[in-house]
Write a protein that binds this ligand. Structure first.
Ligand SMILES: Cc1cc2nc3c(=O)[nH]c(=O)nc-3n(C[C@H](O)[C@H](O)[C@H](O)COP(=O)(O)OP(=O)(O)OC[C@H]3O[C@@H](n4cnc5c(N)ncnc54)[C@H](O)[C@@H]3O)c2cc1C
Length: 444
């Protein structure tokens, strides 16, 4: 393995203003798309070398899509550019006085800095949950969760001990936002159509899918009508919903709730909250609840040349007093808008304030079951919302290759219910070999 001190960022000098973008997600990538390279040198630093389409991540975790079908390499997205420089590296801190960004392999100076680092899972300080539960934030999480689920079914088929089997077949999803709801619905359909064929020796009436949330309804960002509909649809699919319920601890075997209830499970999925992926070096006064406070030009409070966009930014307006929702559209729109303002700056034109265009919210519960909140306080449900969900997701998937693969997968699945990627890719057992060793030594 090459030592880090043998590497450097290695960015060519330039006479153009240099825009350094931290993060290659929805916001960062859309910003670059709208920034003309004849006017700027663009340097993107990201700790993932790909652009991930997170709304479909749960389908990777439930064996419906291959990981590569929902992601594009960042270098490929911009391979027609000559003054765009991507570096696959984590940013460690920012020095606003020296106008410098520090990374694990060296520093770089900026004229404009755009922070588009999104969010990370929030475990509310519970280290045990952080170590033992399964997050769903990036491709490696989805592949790991898929492997965990399949491995649990494999192990359940190899034991006659009811208690051990129950822990393997119980799945607890903490967080009933869109990720938790979509994951629960997808698992329920898998239980109905796929798993009994794969594991004829198992009785899948023993498989329980629990969806738990500390709030009093599923899909809290959506309207109560959509929440109610999604709740009913999930119950029809056999998902066990527990509301007003907070996870207190998880030791890898048993989830304990604040009210004392316990559920044995080898799989606790953590979709219960996120916090901003802030970077060291910015003044504490510029951060509010894990997000950088920005004005309507996305400038971070106190700076003219440092911007935050997307999930990491909180822009309070009369219409959005707590900031925009942490979803894809504000990130995409802020990225494009900031790029246009930077061009205006070069032309010495006045900047335009950002205004969010709310296109509504969608969540899928299962085949032909979805909910949608549209602008103008209208809600849709059922088949129509499901078709809308399919089209919106195909439309926003980046790249022709991804659109084609995902669409063909969905059409195939529509007629067959089949899910082709039921592959375990990781060392045989999670934290240690405990379960397998126990089963083997017990001769089960
Ligand atoms: C599972 C899941 C499902 C979702 N479903 C939906 C949905 O259905 N609809 C919807 O609208 N939204 C959905 N979202 C939310 C949506 O994906 C986000 O709102 C959107 O990605 C925000 O864009 P962003 O650019 O701010 O951050 P991101 O897209 O998260 O990008 C952040 C980037 O920053 C990089 N980064 C972070 N820290 C560093 C560092 N220190 N150094 C270098 N690079 C760094 C990351 O690697 C990443 O490339 C979902 C999110 C998840 C996780």
């Amino acid at each position: 393995m090459l030592e880090m001190n043998k590497l450097s960022l290695n960015i060519p000098d330039t006479t153009k203003p240099r825009v350094v973008v931290i993060g290659g997600g929805f916001g960062g990538v859309n910003l670059v798309k709208y920034l003309p390279e004849k006017d700027f040198q663009i340097v993107m630093l990201s700790k993932q070398n790909y652009y991930g389409f997170w709304p479909l991540l749960y389908q990777v975790a439930t064996a419906g899509l291959e990981p590569e079908s929902i992601a594009e390499p960042i270098r490929k997205l911009f391979d027609d550019r000559h003054d765009f420089h991507f570096r696959f590296v984590r940013v460690t801190d920012i020095d606003p006085t020296a106008k410098t960004v520090n990374t694990l392999i060296g520093a770089i100076k900026y004229d404009y800095l755009v922070i588009a680092t999104g969010t990370q899972s929030n475990y509310f300080g519970n280290k045990q949950i952080e170590q033992k539960s399964f997050p769903l934030k990036q491709l490696s999480d989805a592949v790991n969760l898929r492997s965990q689920l399949l491995q649990s079914f494999e192990q359940a088929s190899m034991t006659r001990d009811k208690q051990i089997r129950q822990g393997l077949l119980n799945i607890v999803i903490a967080g009933a936002g869109p990720t938790g709801v979509e994951l629960a619905g997808s698992l329920a359909e898998m239980r109905q159509h796929i798993l009994p064929k794969d594991y004829p020796g198992l009785d899948f009436r023993e498989m329980n899918i629990y969806l738990v949330d500390g709030l009093d309804r599923v899909l809290p960002p959506l309207t109560p009508a959509s929440s109610k509909r999604a709740h009913e649809d999930l119950e029809k699919l056999g998902v066990n919903i527990k509301l007003n319920k907070l996870v207190a601890s998880y030791d890898g075997e048993i989830v304990t709730f604040k009210d004392g209830e316990q559920i044995p499970t080898q799989t606790l999925v953590w979709a219960a909250g996120v916090t901003g992926a802030t970077i060291e070096g910015m003044p504490a006064a510029s951060v509010e609840r894990g997000r950088y406070i920005v004005n309507q030009f996305n400038q971070i409070a106190g700076f003219e040349d440092i911007f935050a966009i997307g999930d990491i930014a909180v822009m309070k307006t009369d219409k959005w007093p707590k900031g925009h929702p942490q979803v894809a559209q504000p990130a995409l729109q802020q990225g494009a808008h900031l790029a246009k303002n930077l061009v205006r700056q070069l032309r010495q034109e006045a900047w335009k304030p950002f205004e969010y265009f709310d296109k509504g919210s969608l969540a899928i519960v299962g085949r032909a079951r979805a909910v949608a909140d549209l602008p103008g306080n209208k809600s849709l449900g059922g088949f129509i919302a499901w078709v809308a969900w399919l089209f919106v997701h195909i439309y926003y998937l980046i790249g022709f290759r991804s659109k084609l693969i995902v669409l063909s997968n969905w059409v195939y699945r529509l007629f067959t219910y089949e899910r082709g990627t039921r592959i375990i890719i990781r060392p045989l057992v999670r934290h240690d070999d405990k379960t397998v060793v126990e089963l083997q030594s017990a001769g089960k």
